[in-house]
Design a protein around this ligand. Structure first.
Ligand code: ARG
Length: 283
């Protein structure tokens, strides 16, 4: 009897010990989890800041119809285009207001890194050099590049060989600078900050041609009887436009990708492009 009760005391003690260990492990585990959560909460991400401020600031270069361009609507100058519609959808999904900052294309990534803007949508190609300094969403739209010339030169410029040694324009900081240098032999490249200035140079025969994404070339040619598009197009290896965010803004780029995926899958991007082209045509 005595022996038995000794044993039972030991087993009770053992049981308590096991329970205690189990409990303390659980408690330890819980408090670890808690610690992790609270330290995560202390890291204020780009997305947190955007949500807290109630607005997201878009950086764009509104000289690129139908991607983004100025249009007078009800007597008011507005920035419109399919990139702007995408930006609106992103802001809407995040539950914040959209503010648009229009700047030179060549200054956009700097503005992103200086936190002057939260994201960039500007028909921007996610090429290897840019990927070193910013992060990109998935590609939302693809296009080849077209070459705009003066109607007077229609007969002279038919092939890429005809452009050899000619004065060809491209936007400063855009991949078309490299495309022109790579594809056109001995090209005499002229870079300007704004697409309309390049267009003016072609119209005035100061330069012979200008390279830009084909939908943009189409827009300018359709609105200027002095301009024509060469039959030639150029491809780039990177394949399209993506949204840029500051490097390391993982949660923001994930949210943007989610919106883009929905817009691509439900055909909204295609609709935005059609509507934007219609807006260019009704200028
Ligand atoms: N896709 C080209 C690039 O990324 C040109 C884009 C120009 N965009 C503009 N909004 N002007 O370099």
């Amino acid at each position: 009897m005595k022996k038995f009760s000794k044993l039972s005391i030991i087993s009770v003690l053992l049981g308590v010990l096991v329970l205690f260990t189990a409990c303390s492990t659980t408690t330890g585990g819980e408090s670890n989890t808690k610690d992790d959560t609270s330290s995560n909460e202390e890291i204020v991400t780009k997305l947190d800041k955007i949500k807290e401020s109630g607005k997201i600031v878009l950086g764009t270069s509104a000289d690129y119809p139908p991607y983004e361009f100025h249009k007078e609507i009800d007597g008011e100058d507005q920035i419109v285009g399919f990139d702007v519609e995408i930006a609106k959808a992103i802001a809407h999904d995040l539950g914040v207001e959209l503010e648009i900052k229009d700047m030179d294309f060549g200054g956009l990534l700097m503005a992103l890194n200086d936190d002057k803007v939260d994201f960039v949508i500007a028909g921007m190609t996610p090429d290897a050099d840019r990927k070193k300094v910013v992060d990109f969403s998935e590609i939302y739209y693809t296009a080849v590049h077209g070459i705009v010339i003066n109607t007077e030169n229609e007969g002279n410029f038919k092939t890429v060989e005809d452009l050899a040694g000619k004065r060809v324009g491209a936007q400063q900081g855009a991949i078309q600078e490299d495309i022109a240098l790579e594809k056109i032999e001995n090209v005499d490249l002229k870079s300007l900050a704004k697409i309309p200035d390049l267009i003016l140079e072609v119209k005035n025969n100061k330069i012979d041609a200008v390279v830009m994404e084909k939908p943009v070339a189409d827009s300018y040619v359709d609105n200027n009887s002095d301009l024509k598009l060469m039959d030639l197009t150029f491809d780039d290896g990177e394949g399209g436009s993506a949204v840029a965010v500051k490097k390391g803004s993982t949660d923001l780029v994930e949210a943007i990708d989610q919106t883009l995926e929905n817009l691509i899958n439900n055909g909204s991007i295609d609709d935005f492009v059609v509507e934007a082209i219609e807006m260019v045509e009704s200028e």
